[in-house]
Design a protein around this ligand. Structure first.
Ligand code: NAD
Length: 491
């Protein structure tokens, strides 16, 4: 195990934490210790909040066109260090290098979009709302904002928020996942080179108590959260009780509908990537594959063949298509849920448990698993497994499939595969999900669209990314203005 206890970045300096507890950061493919995450104390959260609050007034007054110059520099540094960042993601998270590269590309897109803030945060003006009176609305930053992040996209998710928050004139605290904190260490080394004034961006590592200190801190005005639904609900209610604005993105159990008229080759390739990419640890991973009107006769064997031939290993090795899951605990939880599915009557078509990967025997590996004949209402059909498990349901009609989709507690994503425009249109209109894929397996919104989870996948009103982020990170001020026209005065 590594003895390297990660530092926090507060007020423009790297500082050692006084934490008495740490968590080992582990390469999930090898179980090798990479570093230790300190569980930073409330006093350290306080130091970051004070530094951010002290930096706020001057940063707010820095013209938007000047603020984004720092983001242009950051974009160049991210490009120059692209491969190093992607490798860090693979090493601490386990996803394959191509996926890690895709993740960093998405992160950079958000920096690019946030560079448009001078236009995106423009106000409105109405002349003569009454005789001689004008009214206008301006957008001002909210103050100190904090982002609490999950393990599965250590490079991208902080960028759903940070670039917009900074560009809008806020000062920022990032709390990465304690399980995958290394990518943000590198990003903050780049942010240091960018030369932002001290206190404008801060990094605080930690776990539950660190998060609660953030939620309770009176100097922090807004919270963004991405993680599981149980924690999202806690974040939303506790931060709101403390008078903060909150956006909290939660978990998912994404359905994917296959109609018999879908294209076999395209559908097979895309569905396999959606279910098994990042070992199923994406919030937009499809999990429940719903075969409609006998589609399973053709598609289930094709998916099963693709699943069983997927190359599993360490994501930095050539030719690997799927990496490990994040931890031993996760592995056991997923294997337990597979068994639960079997106990509930599902048929194991492809078995992924007890995987032994040559040279990586200590890693947290499962192979892709396919369970067929899963019934709506069973535990495996309803629980977020967050692992490489495809649960196949067989239903009779498109209406049955849509009813099944809408019976779920989550609403992060729903996809349909078909060559029928009419079926796709009906699906798009009727499904209760905020991100919809039509012949798309991972309907991840680009940076200029909101990441639109619904139901228990999201708590709040304004989502991450794009215009929603600009609204979230600014407050509107409306001015009604009258000037007396006293032309007799001499100048
Ligand atoms: P998690 O909820 O365990 O942790 C997320 C963050 O919350 C971490 O920073 C962690 O330190 C903190 N945290 C954990 N427990 C806490 C508690 N009791 N009180 C206060 N803070 C706490 O999530 P995870 O395992 O890191 O990430 C996986 C989950 O995130 C999945 O459910 C996945 O669907 C979800 N996710 C959702 C989206 C989305 O856009 N909706 C995106 C990515 C991941």
């Amino acid at each position: 195990m590594s003895d390297n206890i990660l530092k926090n970045y507060i007020n423009g300096e790297w500082v050692a934490s006084n934490a008495t507890r740490t968590l080992d950061v582990t390469n999930p493919a090898t179980a090798e210790g990479l570093a230790k995450t300190p569980f930073s104390t409330p006093a350290e959260v306080d130091a970051a909040a004070r530094a951010a609050a002290a930096a706020f007034e001057a940063w707010k007054r820095t013209p938007a066109a000047e603020r984004i110059q720092y983001l242009f520099k950051l974009k160049m540094l991210l490009e120059e260090n692209f491969d190093d960042l992607a490798r860090t993601i693979t090493t601490e998270n386990g996803k394959i290098l191509d996926d890690a590269r895709g993740e960093m590309r998405r992160a950079i897109e958000n920096v690019e979009v946030a560079c448009g803030i001078p236009t995106m945060m423009l106000g409105d003006f109405a002349e003569d709302i009454a005789r001689g009176i004008d009214e206008y609305m301006i957008r001002q930053p909210v103050g100190v904002v904090a982002s609490i992040c999950p393990f599965n996209f250590p490079g991208m998710i902080p960028f759903w928020f940070m670039p917009y928050a900074l560009a809008c004139g806020n000062t920022v605290i990032i709390k990465p996942s304690e399980r995958t904190p290394l990518t943000m260490q590198k990003v903050f080394q780049l942010l240091e080179k960018v030369g932002l004034p001290p206190g404008v961006v801060n990094l605080v590592n930690g776990s539950v108590d660190t998060v609660n200190a953030i939620l309770d801190h009176p100097l922090i005005q807004a919270i963004t959260f991405v993680g599981s639904t149980a924690v999202a609900r806690h974040i939303y209610s506790r931060a709101a009780l403390n008078g903060k604005r909150v956006q909290a993105q939660g978990g998912a159990k994404n359905p994917l509908i296959v109609l018999p008229d879908a294209d076999l080759d395209m559908t097979t390739k895309i569905v396999l990537d959606s279910v098994y990419g990042n070992a199923g640890q994406r919030c937009l991973a499809s999990a429940n594959v719903v075969m409609v009107a006998g589609a399973g006769k053709t598609f289930t064997p094709a998916f099963a063949e693709g699943a069983s031939s997927r190359v599993v290993g360490f994501g930095l090795d050539k030719g690997v298509q799927m990496g490990p899951v994040i931890s031993q605990q996760s592995l056991q939880r997923i294997e337990g849920l597979i068994q639960k599915g079997v106990d509930e009557g599902a048929r194991v078509v492809v078995e992924g448990r007890d995987a032994l990967i040559p040279d990586y025997e200590k890693g947290f590996f499962l192979r892709p698993t396919v369970l067929d004949n899963v019934l709506p209402g069973t535990t495996v059909a309803q629980t977020e497994i967050f692992g490489p498990v495809m649960t196949v349901l067989n239903l009779n009609t498109v209406d049955d499939a849509i009813a099944f989709v809408n019976s779920g507690q989550y609403g992060n994503q729903a996809s349909i595969f078909t060559s029928s425009g009419a079926a796709a249109r009906k699906f798009r209109n009727e499904v209760q999900a905020g991100n919809v894929g039509i012949n798309i397996g991972v309907a991840a919104p680009m940076a200029f669209f909101p990441f639109s989870g619904w139901k228990e996948s999201f708590f709040g009103t304004l989502h991450g990314q794009g215009k929603h982020a600009v609204e979230f990170f600014t407050q509107t001020k409306v001015v009604v203005e009258r000037w007396l026209q006293d032309w007799s005065r001499q100048f």
